[in-house]
Design a protein around this ligand. Structure first.
Ligand code: FE2
Length: 255
């Protein structure tokens, strides 16, 4: 399997704290059948800045260390980019890494509780450059939970979405796994990723997520999710699904 979103590089964001931990996380990835992984440190999220060139260098150092330890994981540099007012300038300055060497797909994250008002306009501007935004873990965004129409609008205008494997299997609770399922069953998700951080007790759960997807939606969708991860790394076209707006559930207040 290919993992398009993970925080394995040591000491540069809220992922791995040290090379020892990075190596352990890489072993966990391999145990979960991952063969290739994008290193996607946070960039421009208000707390972490990880410039493209630094990520490239640190990823090649990490690959050398993985090879020394005979861990069969191939790693590529990328970034998880927070949507922000400086993004177009950063693109002009070639400080944004895509998931593919061709410069097509960019992983975009939102603040956990909001979708900024300029989002639709900025996603459009990204697409005007011939690039394609991939929204990471929409299932964990509390604004999207309340207004799922926003995700439908983004995907129907050309964006893709990545659901985190742990979300889908319930590690972040019932509300998140239910919303992940809503996103998937409405054809608004295209790929799984681990978004691995070093959180004791939390494992990769990519195999578990694929097992659940296969059981719930059949092998064809699971195969397309796997192929889409490969397409993101190779700069190829992704499969889409029949897209429908998510119907908002009725919440009954006890008061
Ligand atoms: Fe992440």
């Amino acid at each position: 399997m290919i993992d398009i979103h993970s925080h394995l590089l040591p000491g540069i964001d809220d992922g791995s704290e040290s090379m020892d931990i990075s190596l352990q996380m890489a072993r966990d990835a391999v145990a979960d059948r991952i063969t290739h992984a994008l290193m996607t440190p946070h960039h421009m999220n208000g707390r972490y800045t990880n410039h493209a060139q630094d990520v490239i260098e640190r990823t090649s150092e990490f690959q050398a260390t993985l090879d020394e330890h005979n861990i069969p994981l191939t790693v590529f540099p990328s970034q998880e980019v927070r949507i922000n007012g400086g993004l177009m300038t950063a693109l002009d300055e070639h400080d944004i890494l895509t998931t593919d060497a061709q410069g097509t797909y960019v992983l975009i994250e939102f603040p956990s509780d909001d979708v900024p008002t300029f989002t639709m306009d900025m996603l459009f501007q990204i697409q005007q450059r011939g690039m394609v935004p991939v929204i990471v873990h929409p299932e964990r965004n509390t604004r999207l939970m309340k207004e799922p129409q926003l995700l439908y609008d983004m995907v129907s205008r050309g964006a893709y979405a990545q659901v985190t494997s742990s979300s889908y299997v319930g590690t972040f609770g019932k509300a998140v796994s239910t919303f992940a399922e809503d996103i998937i069953s409405n054809g608004l998700a295209h790929v799984f990723a681990s978004d691995a951080h070093h959180i004791p007790g939390r494992s990769y759960e990519m195999t578990a997520a694929f097992n659940k997807l296969r059981e719930t939606h059949g092998g064809e969708m699971a195969n397309k999710f796997e192929e889409n991860a490969k397409a993101l790394v190779n700069g190829e076209r992704l499969s889409r699904f029949s897209q429908t707006p998510i119907k908002k559930k009725r919440f009954f207040s006890p008061y």
